[in-house]
Design a protein around this ligand. Structure first.
Ligand code: KIV
Length: 292
């Protein structure tokens, strides 16, 4: 297992870098201006959000990766708006002060009106601070319309998992001069259209560096090199749930082993009739005891 070292004497569970109060887009812009790296993770449920909120993570993304990480799908395309709205709301309850980004799922912004309506659901029904959409230049209008409606938008460029069917798989992008220039141009165009944040997935650091210096908004990388203003990984890859995590994710814990160990001890206790023990049982009430 890989480990990221912590400074001696610091409690790794409580970051000294946690900004006070609710983290907003303004907070993230200030962090970019101060060159303070933004730490972002995916999250899909209330108890995990509660734990992550204690760590100083700045942004939680309820990604459509929920399809693969928690629903066992082979791609992200079958996850629905309703499901993502429900789990975004749960994450918000667990992490009230963290900047919360919700992912517009596959084909949920086929036109401007539908896209704005779906984006608004995440804000109104789930308390998200921002919505993310996989985008290129063709999404300029929908990004403009969302921004004009007061919705903070993050444009996701580079590797777009919702396009895996069209692209024939999941491949790093922007590795030729032409493709790199296309991504840079799209990033600049979408930032001008009103995207308040950009997320770059699986592109070379040179391309990221060019985008970071060309736009004013925070740029988060997912396998996009050290030049990004912040970084995101899929939580389940980091926690050891994925058989083949991407090369840019360090496995920082083996949570499946922790769960298996606890469940195994429980199964053994039941099998050996050691559970339930006397302390686990309810007793008949002695009359006059009331509801004690
Ligand atoms: O859905 C997701 O988890 C994502 C990350 C890969 C950035 O979009």
């Amino acid at each position: 297992m890989n480990t990221i070292p912590t400074a001696p004497g610091t409690n790794p569970a409580i970051s000294p870098e946690v900004p006070a109060g609710h983290i907003s887009l303004a907070t993230l812009r200030e962090m970019k201006a101060r060159r303070q790296p933004i730490a972002m993770l995916t999250c899909y449920d209330f108890p995990t959000a509660k734990v992550l909120a204690r760590t100083g993570v700045h942004v939680l993304l309820v990604g459509d990766s929920a399809a693969t990480t928690i629903l066992g799908e082979s791609s992200t395309v079958r996850v629905t708006m309703d499901f993502l709205v429900t789990i975004t709301d749960a994450v918000r309850r667990g992490a009230p002060n963290v900047f919360l980004m919700a992912d517009l799922p596959f084909a949920s912004y086929p036109d401007v009106t539908t896209g704005v309506a779906n984006a608004a659901r995440f804000i109104r029904e789930a308390g998200a601070d921002c919505v993310k959409l996989e985008a290129d230049a063709r999404h300029r209008e929908v990004v403009e319309a969302m921004a004009a409606s007061g919705i903070a938008v993050c444009a996701h460029l580079g590797l777009l998992p919702q396009r895996a069917m069209q692209q024939g798989g999941y491949f790093a992008q922007g590795r030729t001069t032409t493709d790199a220039q296309r991504i840079i141009d799209d990033a600049v165009l979408l930032a001008k259209a009103g995207a308040g944040m950009l997320l770059l997935e699986a592109i070379p650091d040179e391309v990221t560096a060019e985008i970071v210096k060309s736009v004013a908004c925070p740029v988060v990388g997912c396998g996009a090199g050290p030049s990004a203003d912040g970084h995101v990984v899929v939580l389940h890859d980091m926690l050891g749930f994925s058989a083949r995590p991407p090369r840019f994710v360090d496995k920082l814990a083996d949570v499946p082993e922790v769960i298996a160990d606890a469940a195994n001890r429980y199964v053994q206790a039941v099998t050996r009739r050691e559970y339930p023990a006397a302390r686990h049982q309810y007793r008949m009430k002695v009359s006059g005891d009331g509801n004690k």
